[in-house]
Design a protein around this ligand. Structure first.
Ligand code: NAP
Length: 281
């Protein structure tokens, strides 16, 4: 029997997850369907429960519900500290009791793209992370566990960056000199080996106020926004950095969800290549 999966969000029509999972299923011979599920803003949990009551096996969760999904699911692994869940798995035990487990695969998706696809190790590196929303919460723990020399978070609303850095220092017991938060204006002439844009600025062709000299020698600039040349990526290329958009992260986080649900790892490279070709039109 075909197992049902979907991505749930509001809005959700733009999501690229259905074609990605269709390609994974084709590759691996898994008998699944994967649709888009629009949840009313005030009825996320009810929509999830109905989907599972009707036989659904798993959901990816996108904006604006990742925190709400974390609140009502049984968070596992790195989702616990992330306060955000982007993959839900539904199981029943022998007595028929249902359990909804919550995972965060964004962080592992980013790491697989950085290390595996882009050949960029993080140990001993100076990392700048822009943004303090759900995406940043999702990637902080995996980044920290790679033992960078320093991880600085900058955000337009400084208070949110300070809270995020303090949260992960507490959760992971890391010292202030390794994880800190700053305002963009306080970056001065600091240089970084990896600059990650986890803001949504690129979606509206906006540019976070980064100083020009922020890229160290051989720096990598990574924008989580996918499928477009954002102002940040143009700025980074002009500053001599190597650039990458978030297509690889998108496909790698989907592959990790697929693995959690099906126990099979799809081949991500051809799917990344396909999305890149589609984005170029
Ligand atoms: P979010 O929770 O809404 O947070 C948005 C962040 O962007 C906030 O820190 C916000 O700063 C900042 N921001 C927005 N406009 C800005 C501007 N013009 N200048 C400077 N900062 C700005 O969103 P999210 O869930 O963290 O997602 C962020 C981005 O990552 C989205 O574009 C999403 O599509 C992308 N993403 C990609 C993947 C992938 O697989 N490739 C996965 C997850 C997320 P304030 O706090 O000051 O408002």
């Amino acid at each position: 029997m075909t197992d049902k999966y979907a991505v749930i969000g509001n809005p959700v029509a733009h999501s690229k997850s259905p074609p990605i999972h269709a390609e994974f299923a084709r590759q691996t011979g898994q008998d699944i369907s994967y649709d888009r599920l629009l949840a009313p803003l005030d009825a996320f949990e009810a929509t999830v429960r109905k989907f599972f009551d009707e036989g659904g096996k798993g959901l990816n969760v996108t904006l604006p519900f990742k925190h709400e999904a974390w609140r009502f699911s049984e968070a596992q692994g790195m989702a616990i500290g992330a306060n955000a869940v982007n993959a839900l798995k539904f199981e029943r035990d022998k007595s028929g009791r249902g359990k909804i487990s919550g995972y965060n695969t964004d962080g592992i998706g980013l790491l697989r793209d950085l290390r595996g696809n882009l050949g960029c190790g993080l140990e001993g590196k100076r990392i700048l992370l822009m943004g303090a929303g759900g995406a940043s919460y999702g990637v902080m723990e995996p980044l920290i566990r790679e033992q960078p020399e320093r991880l600085i978070v900058v955000n337009r609303t400084l208070g949110k960056a300070l809270s995020l850095a303090a949260h992960f220092r507490t959760v992971l017991g890391v010292a202030q000199q390794n994880i800190s938060a700053l305002a963009y204006a306080a970056l001065g002439d600091a240089q970084f080996d990896i600059v990650i844009n986890a803001t949504s600025a690129g979606l509206s062709d906006a540019m976070p106020p980064l100083p020009a000299g922020v890229f160290g020698p051989d720096a990598l600039a990574y924008d989580m926004v996918y499928g477009k040349m954002t102002p940040f990526l143009r700025f980074a290329r002009a500053g001599g950095a190597r650039i990458a958009d978030g297509t690889g992260m998108l496909v790698e986080q989907a592959a990790e969800s697929f693995y959690l649900w099906r126990g099979v790892r799809p081949d991500t490279a051809p799917v990344i290549e396909l999305l890149r070709r589609q984005a170029q039109g």
